[in-house]
Design a protein around this ligand. Sequence first.
Ligand code: EZ4
Ligand code: CO
Length: 403
Amino acid sequence: MKIVDAKVIVTCPGRNYVTLKITTEDGLTGVGDATLNGRELAVASYLSEHVCPLLIGRDAHRIEDTWHYLYKGAYWRRGPVTMTAIAAVDIALWDIKGKVAGLPVYQLLGGAARAGVTVYGHASGGDVPEALDDVARFLDAGYRAVRVQAAVPGLDKTYGIRSGSSLTYEPAAGVRPAEDVWDTGAYLDFVPTVMGAVRDRYGFGFQLLHDVHHRLTPIEAGRLGRSLEPYRVFWIEDPTPAEDQAAFRLIRQHTTTPIAVGEVFNSIWDCQQLITERLIDYIRTSVSHTGGITHLRRVFGLAELYGVRTGSHGATDLSPVCLAAALHVDMAVPNFGIQEYMSHLDPAGDVFPHHYSFSDGLMHPGDVPGLGVDIDEDQAAKYPYDPKYLPVNRLRDGTMYDW
Ligand code: EZ4
Ligand code: CO
């Protein structure tokens, strides 16, 4: 079954998405998410200039072979741009295989290992009372897990806080990166009071999560983890910049608070030591930034051997195509942990018609053949690309810091 067309669609229905659409000789189509937030056109051009021409005439069924053809064939291995491009191809080919088989992709991956995918939502607030009220929005909707972020007193802007009446936060903006200011001491003093307030008001009957967003040193992360132990958080996410994998040994020495890492990873090699030394509890790599379903399964398979569970990244800068692919993998892997779900707001839903659903805290990818998500090209054309940057971060003295 030959591939006859591969094209890249860039659209901005609320935020920028890059989608690869592959067509076979018998007219079947598959879609893959190629979005790399703030660097979208690098992946779009990697695909359209260097990958799409190679796909024409290839057998759409040869997913594993195509993966290695693109990975080994590039010579230049790994990196977010390359691995996101390979992921888009891989996801689209799984979509096509499902359509040919007449089965949803999770069936091809081994079938349902659970009734549904437990997801966590994003609550936030400009202060503690606001954050507490926002938690109710998710508990009332049936969520069994909620991530909570609150603005750190004394800082102009804190990561992860929605503004005004918007339902989600949106960090990317403008033709130059916004400049945030960071204060570790203020943060470390504040977070335990937030988590404590959430448990005081709502109790312990749901999972409570928090994203540190790579802002701490290992010993500071140890202190944070220890200070949160009374509130039994499900995890602290990205406590330190994780390219230093050995640093997590130090965090482990100081706290039993579970650790989740991986949204900026793009390969199994980025998390090999973290997994094999059991330095983390959850691996948060995403389908579209980690080489697609084919490579993500390998990461999750390694994690399973070492008792590490999954917790895939699911922010809205990953398109509905990525979310659908993640849900299929989540349904099938034995070591599933939790899935991030920061629901896409309209008009993204018009551009990406989908069959996944949420009910009683669980999501399901749906049972239509393939991924169960598509791109409506007429709708996509209505929303042209709108270049935006993620913020940068500085300490109070102006030193560049991790955002
Ligand atoms: O900042 O995906 O857990 N979610 C996150 C995200 C990331 C964005 C970056 O594009 O950390 O909000
Ligand atoms: Co995160």
